[in-house]
Every structure is written in structure tokens, then in C-alpha cells.
Design a protein around this ligand. Structure first.
Ligand code: NI
Length: 180
């Protein structure tokens, strides 16, 4: 089974809105298998196609109930509020407490082309919302509040050497000017 390199913040592919999948092919099935292997070895509980450089609307996940694939997902409804510490394989080593809806109703298509629908709550819901964001070119740093942004900036500057050249782009993503 193949493995994919996980793209990290600063890579423009993470900022592109992914396109709808019109046909479920053998290649697509193979891609999801590779993505699942990549996700498990990271390790992570979700991985969206743009994170492996593929601009298609699909993600894989396993929040503890076995592997799943969701194609062309759409959030139909969201309700409640829940604060949860969220990280991302594309922003290694960092996580933030974020407020998001507690429940979502999400629909999509599975690998057999069958329509699926989930009423997701808490961790499962958070995972789906996070992966949906990836399909729209949104990263979790876009959800930070002012204080979190300020804190994150300090942190990112502190670990600048360990994450290397993408730092200025990270700072741009955080909505901070070069002179901050
Ligand atoms: Ni992520």
C-alpha cells in the first residue's frame, strides 16, 4: 500500500477549494487506501485529499469506529456549541481550543457510490467539520480568535527554526503582517 507525503501549512494546495468528484474510479479507491495508511501512520483520525496534494472533495477518517471515506460531503445542518482542542496533521505540533458547533448533519457518498448521512456529535462532528474545511481551503488557524492569534504568533516565532522556511507564509495565514 502506498503512502503519501502530508502537505504542511504554507503549501498552496491547502488553500485551494477542491473540486467535486464526478466518477468513482479504481484510482480513487486506491487513493483512499493510501490516504488511510498515511493517516494511520501519522497518526491521525482524519485526512483530506488536499493534504496529500489532491484537489478533490473527499476525506478519510477513523475516530475510533473503523475506517471511513466520505466523498463530496456537505454539511446540511449544525447545532450547539462545543469547545475542543483541535490539531491538524498539516500544522504539526500545534493545537488550539476552538469553539465550533457541537452537532452536524453531514451527507455524502461512499466508495460504492451510495448516499450516506450522519448525525454526528462531539468528536465525530468536530472531525467532519475540520475535514470539510480542508476541502474549502480553510485551515484551523483561520478559526483562531485575537488572543489565540497573538499566542500562536509567539509560538510560531519560537519554533521558527524547527518548522523552517514556511514561517512567513504561516504568519500570513495567521493574518499577521510581516512587521509584527
Ligand atoms: Ni487538518
Amino acid at each position: 500500500m502506498g503512502m503519501n507525503a502530508i502537505r504542511v501549512i504554507g503549501d498552496p494546495v491547502l488553500r485551494v477549494k477542491a473540486t467535486e468528484i464526478t466518477e468513482i474510479t479504481e484510482n480513487l479507491a486506491r487513493l483512499t487506501q493510501d490516504m488511510l495508511s498515511t493517516m494511520y501512520s501519522a497518526p491521525g483520525i482524519g485526512l483530506a485529499a488536499p493534504q496529500v496534494g489532491v484537489q478533490k472533495r473527499l476525506f478519510v477518517y477513523d475516530w475510533g469506529s473503523g475506517p471511513g471515506v466520505l466523498i463530496n460531503p456537505e454539511i446540511k445542518d449544525a447545532d450547539g456549541e462545543w469547545v475542543f482542542e483541535e490539531g491538524c496533521l498539516s500544522i504539526p505540533g500545534l493545537s488550539w481550543e476552538l469553539l465550533r458547533p457541537k452537532q452536524v448533519h453531514i451527507v455524502g457518498v461512499d466508495l460504492e457510490g451510495k448516499e450516506v448521512s450522519f448525525e454526528a456529535d462531539e468528536l465525530e462532528s468536530r472531525l467532519f467539520q475540520h475535514e470539510m474545511d480542508h476541502l474549502d481551503g480553510v485551515l484551523l488557524v483561520d478559526h483562531l480568535d485575537e488572543d489565540q492569534r497573538r499566542e500562536a504568533n509567539k509560538t510560531l516565532m519560537g519554533i521558527g527554526d524547527s518548522i523552517g522556511p514556511p514561517l512567513p507564509i504561516v504568519r500570513e495565514n495567521l493574518g499577521l503582517s510581516q512587521s509584527d
